[in-house]
Design a protein around this ligand. Structure first.
Ligand SMILES: Cc1ncc(COP(=O)(O)O)c(C=O)c1O
Length: 500
């Protein structure tokens, strides 16, 4: 009987070789053949060309192909039959070959081959191509952060931990040292009677929000939020199946008569609030409303989720203590973050809550993340203990206050005929209302052409508005010089678009 001839394929095209890549040539030949077998192009029993002729086709030393074939034999993909050469193993199941095309053969499937529930897009401003200057919605200036100290300390902590076998799995509630430092810091700056067992460290408040809402909400639960509120919290509540009830926000914060009206109509599970500087409008919740809100929570049995994202930055008068500092009944859950203190890239946030909630969060966290970045947490704890973070906060507060003043003056002087605002008492952004003639889409596009990124206001549009009229314009991340340039660009865009 005539022996079967080897399968002829364009091997040189189907097994592209990278001569200076990270994998050896024999490894590349091995994985190339595995791929051809998996694709069904070399079926079970198919005879392979001899190592000499294959080496010629691929432009390799024969020995390289021999090593690759040995590996394929060892892995069970092919078998070497004495004096008959190599064949694809007879035990390989039959695979229908895809169309032979060098271009498509190695690409990942463009879509999952199964159905799944789509995830609604997270509300965010579209990241446009690079522009030299951006008026963000209120981010810190990472150029002011003590990055050199942080990097030095991170290195030292990492090496020390490694010597002490301290780089393994650790406490899901967060580094003990950082929880201790945060408890002390929160006691000293915010009057929060927090102990270590009240503090849970996460990778940023977004994770805190997710874990808390996952723990506390069930589909159909009612959550009260401002008519405008932090879009990340709205989204996280909606993802847990909660129904959002919106109440008006005026210059003193959430309208509590409307909160009470909602409570009378239906059971409310949770109220989300940013009392220190309401997001996005920056107004502070008035003292009398704070007292009343705590009473309402008791009376109508709901949870208060207090997101204190930028407490450390307050410029006019003393900051008002958080709601959590006056809570005696375990109703207020407090969220904080170092995103605004250092930079959003350093993912450290925290929850302050009764110990049973902290323990429950620890159990829940393990589903998605065994623990946070233990080295970073220890690093930050040491920077806290050495006073480095305190000194940075002082410096940053000084610069941000100056930048707020510069920015507000520039906005008034140069753009005052197109917009109105109240200077914020703290935080990192000014809440600006544009005149009805201004279309924020057009303004954003025009500014972009001139090299300045600003939002189009969609994130801050109240459900009752037909189009966006407001923007949060961040001043903290730009120097006075950059702010001057930004406002000049905005003025140029506004006057081109709207001056008669
Ligand atoms: C009100 C509010 N809460 C939470 C967050 C999330 O912060 P983090 O970076 O800590 O996840 C932000 C981010 O800007 C925010 O504005």
């Amino acid at each position: 009987m005539k022996a079967a001839s080897p399968v002829t394929l364009p091997y040189a095209t189907l097994i592209p070789l990278e001569r200076h890549g990270p994998n050896s040539l024999s490894q590349q030949v091995t994985s190339g053949f595995i791929h051809l077998i998996q694709q069904g192009l070399l079926p079970a029993g198919a005879k392979l060309p001899g190592t000499r002729s294959l080496a010629g086709l691929l432009g390799l030393h024969r020995q390289t192909v021999v090593v690759a074939f040995d590996e394929l034999v060892a892995q069970g993909w092919i078998e070497q039959l004495a004096s008959k050469g190599a064949r694809v193993s007879s035990s390989i199941p039959v695979i229908r070959p895809a169309a032979l095309s060098a271009g498509t053969a190695r690409r990942f499937a463009p879509r999952a081959g199964f159905a799944y529930e789509p995830v609604p897009p997270y509300p965010t401003t579209v990241r446009a191509p690079y522009v030299p200057l951006v008026l963000d919605a209120g981010s810190p200036d990472s150029r002011l952060a003590p990055l050199a100290s942080l990097a030095r300390k991170y290195r030292a902590v990492c090496l020390r931990a490694s010597q002490r076998r301290g780089l393994g799995y650790a406490d899901p509630n967060g580094s003990g040292a950082l929880r201790q430092q945060l408890a002390q810091y929160l006691q000293g700056t915010r009057g929060l009677p927090a102990q270590v067992e009240n503090v849970f460290v996460t990778r940023g408040s977004s994770m805190s929000l997710y874990l808390l809402l996952r723990l506390l909400l069930r589909p159909g639960d009612t959550v009260v939020v401002g008519e405008r509120s932090y879009h990340g919290a709205d989204y996280a509540c909606a993802q847990q199946g909660a129904r959002l009830e919106r109440v008006r926000v005026d210059t003193h914060g959430l309208n509590l008569e409307e909160v009470e009206a909602v409570c009378r109509r239906q059971a409310v599970r949770l109220l989300y609030v940013t009392p220190h500087h309401h997001y996005p409008t920056t107004v502070m919740l008035a003292a009398d409303r704070r007292v009343r809100l705590l009473q309402l929570a008791e009376q109508y049995d709901f949870i208060i989720l207090e997101d204190d994202y930028d407490y450390d930055f307050h410029y006019d008068g003393a900051p008002i203590l958080p709601l959590a500092s006056a809570d005696r009944h375990g109703r207020v859950l407090y969220l904080g973050s170092l995103s605004k203190v250092l930079a959003p890239a350093f993912r450290v946030g925290y929850v302050v809550a009764p110990p049973d909630i902290i323990e429950a969060l620890g159990q829940l966290r393990r589903h998605i993340d065994h623990q946070g970045d233990a080295v970073l947490e220890q690093t930050i704890a040491e920077l806290f203990a050495e006073g480095e973070l305190g000194a940075h906060l002082k410096r940053a507060r000084y610069h941000y206050q100056q930048r707020r003043d510069v920015f507000c003056t520039l906005l008034r002087q140069q753009a005052g005929s197109w917009l109105t605002f109240d200077a914020p008492a703290g935080g990192m952004a000014v809440w600006v209302r544009f005149g009805n003639e201004v279309h924020l889409n057009d303004l954003s596009a025009r500014c972009r052409l001139l090299g300045l990124g600003i939002g189009d206001g969609r994130l801050f549009q109240a459900p009752t508005e037909t189009r966006a009229h407001h923007l949060r314009l961040g001043f903290a991340s730009l120097t006075p010089h950059e702010l001057t340039h930004s406002v000049a660009v905005m003025q140029q865009a506004l006057s081109t678009l709207y001056s008669s």
